[in-house]
Design a protein. Structure first.
Length: 460
């Protein structure tokens, strides 16, 4: 009996938790490479054939495999003249745009009994990225300085998904050195601010019991991180984390990449950051507005661009002159280059592990080519900073991508070697295993196991 498989387009769904279109079932046949996968995309103005990552899952939603296939992007204006009578149609409001997928109908597929597979516009379980499975707003651990300065709702945002196969992204020369720029007062800057010649690291100040880490525990963590990294990235303002991480970073000579998490609270979170930093803006490398908001369908590109402009204006009035960006997946950045245009540099998340055809030792080369693909998609030159990339030490394999401690070391070594001349262009993911996250099969049960140092010894 043929195995039924459901197809999710990583570019369309972006590995999102979206609505459950259970009635939107599309049919596709194995072995029919001549049939186009067509996506009507409001973001394109003329027919464009591009490689996209597709994720197959079984009827229970369990991932079977990923594959890169060519799809045909058509302007939505052409949809009106298309003969929908001979195709199954599913309208999907996804992270990247509102698109329509067309596949052969049941009747067309019936001649291939025994090889039929089912392609459904169904949701993928939420992925594991930093803050992607934010626990219920935790109570702070006992700490006289750890009064919570705001909270954010639990968002199932992603950080690590929708990556194309390395072979599908054109190779380009090594990017220019990024540590020559100065802080800019407006969008359009082509540089991140200068940093020391070391990589950045992402960090989440939560314990396995979903409680906030105390100021002392954060200080302990940063003491370890400062031995290898010059920049620490955080994602929000809850748990008094801006003030506590700022304090620890300053004492250990690190810069801080701060984030505004909730798109509905940008002004409030910007004010929290301003209060916590208290004029010491030289400590701030970058302020990000959101993490993968477009990729995860939490906001439209227009909303994100507006939020970036608003935050930049607020922070300029407070005296901050450094970069303000939005961070999204490289897939979202390529589909919506206006996200990079609105930012002071282009900030992307990209993880080789989610390409089943890439081994750990190829992670650096894959990342280089992925950055090249983003560069090619932008309307004008822009410096690109990889704000998340890494490899899990534990979980289920994804084709050639196998999680293990040995492979994590190989992947990180590959990335470091590939970007050895521009380490400030890369923020590694992540500092410690995030045991507060929940497992899900959609991301191969790797959620809590991306920690480069393993488990934190400074408060579990």
């Amino acid at each position: 009996m043929a195995l039924g498989r459901f197809l999710l387009s990583a570019v369309v769904l972006g590995r999102l938790a979206v609505g459950h279109p259970t009635s939107k079932v599309l049919l596709r046949r194995d072995g029919t490479d001549g049939d186009d996968i067509i996506i009507y995309d409001s973001a394109v103005t003329e027919p464009t054939r591009v490689p996209q990552v597709l994720l197959w899952v079984d009827s229970d939603g369990k991932p079977v495999e990923t594959a890169t296939e060519d799809v045909l992007l058509l302007p939505t204006s052409l949809a009106l003249g298309h003969n929908l009578a001979s195709a199954a149609k599913a309208s999907v409001t996804a992270a990247l745009s509102t698109q329509t997928l067309l596949f052969p109908t049941q009747a067309q597929a019936s001649s291939t009994h025994g090889s039929e597979t089912t392609a459904a516009a169904a949701p993928l379980p939420p992925p594991p990225a930093p803050e992607s499975q934010k626990p219920p707003v935790p109570e702070p651990a006992e700490d006289s300085n750890a009064s919570s300065q705001g909270s954010r709702t639990s968002l199932q945002a992603s950080s690590t998904h929708g990556e194309p196969t390395a072979a599908t992204v054109p190779d380009i020369p090594s990017p220019k050195e990024s540590h020559h720029g100065t802080q800019s007062d407006q969008s359009g800057s082509n540089s991140a601010p200068p940093t020391s010649e070391r990589y950045g690291i992402s960090y989440a100040p939560y314990r396995a019991d979903h409680q906030c880490k105390s100021k002392e525990e954060i200080e302990c963590d940063l003491a370890h991180l400062a031995k290898q990294y010059s920049l620490v990235r955080i994602y929000g303002t809850d748990c008094n984390q801006v003030q506590n991480v700022y304090s620890g970073a300053k004492s250990h000579g690190m810069k801080l990449f701060v984030g505004i998490w909730d798109p509905d609270q940008v002004e409030n979170e910007a004010n929290i950051i301003t209060s916590a930093i208290n004029g010491d803006w030289d400590m701030i490398h970058t302020v990000s507005v959101g993490n993968e908001l477009v990729n995860n369908g939490k906001a439209t590109p227009e909303q994100v661009v507006s939020a970036v402009k608003s935050v930049r204006s607020t922070l300029r009035e407070a005296g901050y002159k450094g970069p303000v960006v939005t961070v999204d997946t490289f897939v979202a950045a390529m589909a919506h280059p206006e996200l990079c245009s609105a930012s002071d540099y282009c900030a992307i998340n990209a993880h080789a592990f989610f390409d089943k055809d890439v081994t750990a030792s190829e992670a650096g080369q894959w990342l280089r080519k992925t950055v090249g693909g983003v560069k090619d998609a932008l309307p004008s030159p822009k410096n690109i900073v990889v704000t998340e990339t890494g490899w899990p030490m534990k979980g289920q394999r994804n084709g050639l991508a196998v999680p293990s401690l040995e492979n994590q070391k190989a992947a990180l070594s590959s990335i470091r070697q590939e970007f050895s001349s521009t380490p400030g262009d890369v923020i590694l993911f992540s500092a410690f295993n995030d045991r507060w996250k929940e497992n899900n099969a959609g991301t191969f049960n790797t959620e809590g196991f991306w920690g480069i140092i393993g488990a934190s010894h400074c408060g579990q």
